[in-house]
Design a protein around this ligand. Structure first.
Ligand code: AHG
Ligand code: MN
Ligand code: MN
Length: 338
């Protein structure tokens, strides 16, 4: 009989032994994310049938219109993590400030904080295109037993203990790392179970896909313009193919499987870029590096940036190692020629 794939639940139990002196807290945390992902998946699947599509009429702290599914996904992840008393603090794209979780009798006894983008690619909801959830996990730096502070959240990406995303696509997948490679699990919707379908995911060293919103071309820095021209040049394995979904999770997921680079640069319209360091770029950077890829702000490693604000934005170059290095080369040359 053909051996069936391992379930995510089985995988988590097996991997818990990898962490010496682990109390199982991180495993329980991943389990909570697994549960919330299934709830959000159920709702995303019904978009178009139930009243969940469209804007709520409010904006988040970043001035973006909140969609009903943004709010639903935010509430679901936060509520699941609170109910299970598994983290001491949460920061989210949809919440202005971080949330302190007190637990029973205000003990603040948990050691992890989670930062998340509950629904990534919101503009794709209404048109039945893949969206996602992104999460990043840190060990708190303040003492256990006290309320969390902003310092617990403003940690460089190199301190992450886990990160991952859920992609609500043609099939729904949960992809995550705890610093020992990247594994992908596909949801069997009939029984509500995630199965290990993509063990040890690897970014191909090279690729032929570039993903960038080229509509902003005239506003891009010279190095990015030069790199785009390089991608389009008829030479060797070029021109590359242009693919841009407009949902970071989906664009990175495709590029991780096929080989490619994703770029959201600074522009004269968005001087710091658009993507948020703490709950979009850092977790994707951790996954990319764990899969043999690279993530940069155009000049240096994303995960070494010391954050100063919860909703801080950074330019983002992420993907196949050789492609990111090539793009960095163009950035540096353009800077030297200023
Ligand atoms: P979010 O839906 O969480 O606000 O994120 C959208 C992000 C990212 O997923 C995507 O790659 C990018 O915004 C698209 O931006 P443009 O429409 O400016 O290309
Ligand atoms: Mn996003
Ligand atoms: Mn979002």
């Amino acid at each position: 009989m053909e051996e069936r794939n391992k379930t995510l639940g089985e995988f988590i139990i097996e991997k818990q032994e990898d962490f010496q002196y682990s109390s199982g807290e991180l495993s329980r945390l991943i389990n909570s994310i697994r549960l919330a992902a299934k709830v959000v998946n159920y709702k995303v699947n019904k978009a178009g049938l139930v009243d969940i599509v469209g804007a709520v009429g409010a904006q988040n702290i970043q001035g973006e219109d909140q969609q009903k599914l943004d709010v639903f996904a935010n509430d679901t992840f936060i509520q699941t993590l609170i109910n299970r008393e598994i983290v001491c603090g949460i920061a989210s794209e949809e919440s202005d400030d971080f949330i302190t979780i007190k637990g029973k009798d205000e003990c603040h006894n948990n050691k992890y904080v989670v930062l998340m983008d509950p629904l990534d690619g919101s503009s794709n909801i209404d048109v039945n295109v893949s969206v996602g959830t992104i999460f990043s996990v840190f060990r708190r730096v303040t003492p256990i037993g006290t309320p969390v502070t902003i310092e617990d959240f403003l940690q460089p990406g190199v301190n992450q203990v886990a990160a991952g995303y859920v992609i609500y696509g043609t099939s729904t997948m949960l992809v995550y790392t705890t610093g020992r490679g990247v594994n992908g699990f596909t949801l069997n919707p009939a029984i509500g179970t995630f199965y290990l379908s993509h063990p040890n995911m690897q970014f191909p060293k090279d690729g032929n896909i570039y993903s960038i919103n080229e509509g902003n071309y005239v506003h891009f820095p010279q190095g990015v313009k030069d790199y785009i021209k390089y991608c389009q040049l008829e030479e060797g394995d070029r021109p590359y193919t242009s693919r841009y979904i407009g949902s970071l999770v989906s664009d990175i997921h495709r590029n991780m499987i096929k080989g490619g680079i994703y770029i959201y640069p600074t522009s004269s319209k968005a001087p710091s870029g658009k993507l948020r360091l703490l709950y979009e770029c850092n977790p994707m950077a951790f996954l990319a590096e764990q899969a043999g890829g690279k993530a940069s702000d155009g000049f240096g490693r994303i995960m070494e940036i010391q954050p100063t604000e919860l909703h801080q934005r950074v330019p983002f170059f992420c993907g196949s190692q050789n492609m990111v290095e090539k793009a960095e080369e163009f950035m540096e040359n353009a800077n030297n020629n200023l």
